[in-house]
Design a binder for this molecule. Sequence first.
Ligand SMILES: NC(=O)c1ccc[n+]([C@@H]2O[C@H](COP(=O)([O-])OP(=O)(O)OC[C@H]3O[C@@H](n4cnc5c(N)ncnc54)[C@H](OP(=O)(O)O)[C@@H]3O)[C@@H](O)[C@H]2O)c1
Length: 329
Amino acid sequence: MKVAVVGATGMVGEVMLKVLAERNFPITELLLVASERSVGKKLAYKGEDYTIIGLADAVAAKPHIAIFSAGGDTSLEWAPKFAEVGTTVVDNSSAWRMDPSKKLVVPEINADGLTATDKIIANPNCSTIQLVMALAPLHKKYKMKRVVISTYQSVSGTGVKAVRQLENEIAGIDGEMAYPYPIGRNALPHCDVFLENGYTKEEMKLAREPQKILDDRTFSVSATAVRIPTAGGHSESVNVEFLNDFELNEVRKILNDTPGVTVQDNPDTNTYPMPIYAHDKDEVFVGRIRRDETQRNTLNMWIVSDNLRKGAATNAVQIAEYLVDKKLV
Ligand SMILES: NC(=O)c1ccc[n+]([C@@H]2O[C@H](COP(=O)([O-])OP(=O)(O)OC[C@H]3O[C@@H](n4cnc5c(N)ncnc54)[C@H](OP(=O)(O)O)[C@@H]3O)[C@@H](O)[C@H]2O)c1
């Protein structure tokens, strides 16, 4: 496969290269792409140096697959140009996710809907991916009615600028700000931009994307997204009301039997998911599984995953692997 990684110099791009190498993705030619600022610089992949090229050169090379992690505007402008020359684009930005003509894919849940005619495929939001990984098998069994979620999201979810802001604050350096306020020793109830309805764009992604991925509009999601000063890994407090009742042991078993999900849940040993343990792992970790004692058929749980891996790079590479495996590219 001739593969282009667009946004190779970014937070997600760096992990993308690591995941492609780890999983031994069948690459015969690799094109590393970034903005004009980075063209000519070098990046290593599997011990070999590659020179960063610009988007126009990458389109001209007609790669089989282009994995985009370069922001929504870049995707909106350039993904169709790649698609026109026959490239299949897997896009990490929010540009195409809610476009009815594009598929929004978490491979464990809905990759089987992909066909060779899907030339731009959307990777869901990082917080959405870890949420639906845990919700999908429970929805299948108990049917969700309503989900209330509060997120505790790491600065790596915003990109390199935000990680640098936190590092500068810790080092006492007066540097460039990615957020309107300090993030160290703080919590910002503000992820992505505010919308007219008072929610942030991140909160609306969490409300809409699960319905599209699970192809079901009969349940609703209400979200509050909060940025906290963790370096990597998003955490989520999730309250789910089901139509049908459940047994906690059965819930644990269903989650444990779900590929890609690991249950870490033992109050006796202080065992629960945490970002520091999810770091650099592909699994979605679920713990603090307990019944909401204030409402029928309602479950509380705590979900943690590495936002740069399953929340972005790993999910995108899994989509690419599926395309190759099923000969869709
Ligand atoms: N961070 C996460 O957890 C996460 C999770 C899921 C999805 N995403 C999405 O992935 C994308 C990248 O996020 P990130 O966190 O990796 O951001 P980042 O660290 O800021 O990196 C941005 C990347 O995009 C490139 N880029 C920016 N403008 C460009 C342009 N006009 N043309 C070509 N390349 C351009 C940058 O290249 P230069 O170095 O040359 O500027 C860099 O490689 C975003 O759309 C984001 O929403 C992020």
